[in-house]
Write a protein that binds this ligand. Structure first.
Ligand code: BYC
Length: 310
């Protein structure tokens, strides 16, 4: 059997993955590995950018200057996360312009969670507590992902996400110490966000077409179901401290497994939201497109300036 140059490169790649070392932009990589990374990192970047909208909805109505400053800073952090992630994707040969076009035309996805509306101010706290909490469970293992630029971007993102989660918890804690109306507002918000937060981890492992290959390549370090379980185990004691009820009658501690048992989200609803038919999909993309079109003059001016400098 003749050993080709391609076989040797594949062997080196496999050995790097087996050693848990990092693949860097100049290293050879299989085309499927590159494509999977572009898909996942772009989807992650789009989620950060679209994720600014539900919380941004409350900036002008935050109840105090302090809350407004906190929310503004958080939404700005999310823009930053999107930019680090677009930069990581650019190292794989996919430009930010191309990726933005794919988002706006619906060819690339973003997280299902951001297609749900923010109906009350308590949603700002619930997003911090549950959505950023889920993001941390999913993203901390990604700091050890096999692709260098992605893993390094994740380290900084995770530090900020953990701060976001605490601010959400602190906001809800403050409301829970307030009036009956405020407590009811928190409970109603948690009732709406609990199931969509569980869906963030993706379909059950048995229905996840990408997990096995992504784990073999070291892109994902845990399966969707493993991370969902971790999130439930982490959230139940926090809900007890807050004094809210999680809306799942099947939720109970299982001594044998050493984990909480829990019910399944409505996977049909998940499929619908991912297909583009969730409560806010059309609104989110239309808003993103409007912002992109409004920014055309900035891109044109920057391009003209760069051309003059050469
Ligand atoms: N929503 O084979 P699977 C944030 C898609 S940002 C929509 O399991 P994979 C935050 C999946 O893409 C949160 N689509 O896929 C921001 C695939 O379709 P395609 C974003 C989903 O990639 C601002 C198909 O379903 N975090 O936290 O192995 C404020 C089959 O799934 C979803 C990330 O992006 C979903 N929830 O695993 C606050 C983290 N789930 O592409 C917070 C990085 C699945 O084949 N990403 N799909 O057509 C990941 O860890 C993985 O991509 C996932 C999915 C676990 C999400």
């Amino acid at each position: 059997m003749t050993v080709t140059h391609e076989d040797e490169l594949q062997e080196q790649f496999d050995a790097t993955i087996a050693r848990h070392d990092r693949i860097e932009p100049r290293d050879w990589m299989p085309e499927g590995y590159r494509k999977t990374l572009v898909r996942q990192i772009a989807q992650h970047a789009h989620s950060e950018i679209i994720g600014m909208q539900p919380e941004g909805n409350w900036i002008t109505r935050a109840p105090s200057l302090r809350r407004k400053a906190i929310l503004l800073a958080k939404v700005q952090d999310e823009a930053g996360h999107g930019l680090y992630l677009y930069s990581a994707t650019e190292t794989l040969g996919a430009s930010r312009r191309e990726l933005t076009d794919m988002l706006i035309s619906g060819k690339q996805k973003y997280s299902s969670i951001f297609n749900y509306p923010t109906l009350s101010y308590a949603d700002v706290g619930t997003i911090g507590w549950l959505v950023d909490g889920a993001a941390i469970c999913n993203q901390v293992p990604l700091c050890r992902t096999s692709y260098g630029p992605y893993g390094r971007a994740m380290i900084r993102i995770c530090k900020e996400e953990s701060f976001h989660q605490r601010q959400g918890f602190e906001l809800l804690m403050t409301m829970m110490r307030g009036t009956d109306e405020q407590r009811a507002m928190v409970q109603e918000s948690v009732d709406r966000f609990w199931w969509p937060a569980l869906m963030m981890f993706g379909p059950p492992d048995a229905d996840s077409p990408n997990t096995a290959q992504s784990m073999a390549w070291g892109i994902k370090r845990d399966t969707n179901d493993e991370l969902r379980q971790k999130f439930v185990d982490m959230s139940v004691p926090q809900a007890e401290v807050l004094g809210v009820t999680l809306p799942d009658p099947e939720l109970r501690w299982n001594d044998e497994r050493g984990h909480y048992d829990f019910g399944q989200p409505d996977w049909e609803e998940f499929a619908q939201v991912v297909r583009g038919a969730g409560p806010c999909n059309t609104q989110r993309i239309a808003h993103r497109k409007r912002a992109h079109d409004d920014g055309a003059w900035v891109r044109e001016a920057a391009t003209a300036f760069a051309a003059r400098e050469i």
